[in-house]
Design a protein around this ligand. Structure first.
Ligand code: PEP
Length: 254
């Protein structure tokens, strides 16, 4: 059976305890949209508070360290996230790859650490505008994704989600065309089938991310092989975030 559309909010470095009321509002609304899996990845400091209060939404993290524990000042490990109530972790986000120098090998080690701790992984991939303009977007994304995934992931359809996020579309108000999204998601699907076999490879959800809003969500989410959205800016208020979840639910009915 196909998995439900997955709408994930990445709060990035936004949110103090005052934002818990927004998380509560998202949780209440999610209870009315059971056809959609709704999740948020708040900053580390809000993972446990959101986990304690949420009845419906799933809470996750935006990164983790590749080691279980040790002398790594300022870092947070995957077992710590699981202990705080996180069920998944976003890895390989372009803001970490570009802003924190994370390469594919490190992202892959982080993913292995997350799986070892029982977390699900949302693995991000995406190209720069320069790479797209040079006609190398598909080749770049497939290479990056393959190199970022550990080998032999068990129950891959359940444990792994891929998020295609063109870097030039993140936080810019620009979105990829539906043709470009269809092409990229189709290519990612082929790669996942090669890596994980027909059954799991066909079921793994591939999210689109990059300036998704309630106004464009219906169109994007109805593209073949788009299994949900990874949402930054528009996930910070319950109104706009749940507008996207509603569009996902309607796509599901259609
Ligand atoms: C993101 O950072 O994952 C993202 C998609 O951001 P935005 O929705 O703000 O473009």
């Amino acid at each position: 059976m196909p998995l439900r559309p997955y709408i994930v909010g990445n709060w990035k470095m936004h949110g103090t305890r005052a934002m818990l009321s927004e998380a509560r509002a998202i949780d209440r609304a999610a209870q009315r949209h059971m056809k959609v899996e709704v999740a948020i990845a708040p900053p580390y400091t809000l993972i446990h508070p959101v986990h304690r209060e949420a009845e419906q939404i799933v809470v996750g993290a935006q990164d983790c360290h590749d080691q279980e524990s040790g002398a790594h000042t300022g870092e947070v490990s995957a077992p710590m996230l699981a202990d705080a109530g996180a069920k998944f972790v976003i890895l390989g986000h372009s803001e970490r790859r570009q802003g924190h120098g994370e390469n594919d090998a490190l992202v892959r080690d982080k993913a292995q650490a997350a799986f070892n701790a029982g977390l699900r992984v949302i693995m991000c991939c995406g190209e720069t505008e320069k790479t797209r303009d040079a006609g190398r977007a598909v080749a770049h994304v497939k290479k990056q994704l393959k190199a970022s995934l550990p080998e032999g992931i068990e129950d891959a359809a359940e444990k792994l989600t891929v998020a295609y996020e063109p870097i030039w579309a993140i936080g810019t108000g620009k979105t990829a065309t539906t043709d470009d999204i269809a092409e990229m998601h189709g290519e990612i699907r082929k790669l996942l089938i090669t890596l994980f076999g027909e059954e799991a490879g066909s079921e793994i959800r591939i999210l689109y991310g990059g300036s998704v809003k309630p106004e464009n969500a219906g169109e994007i989410l109805s593209v073949t092989d788009v299994g949900g959205a990874l949402v930054g800016g528009a996930s910070l208020t319950a109104d706009s975030f749940m507008g996207i979840a509603l569009a996902a639910g309607e796509t599901e009915e259609g």
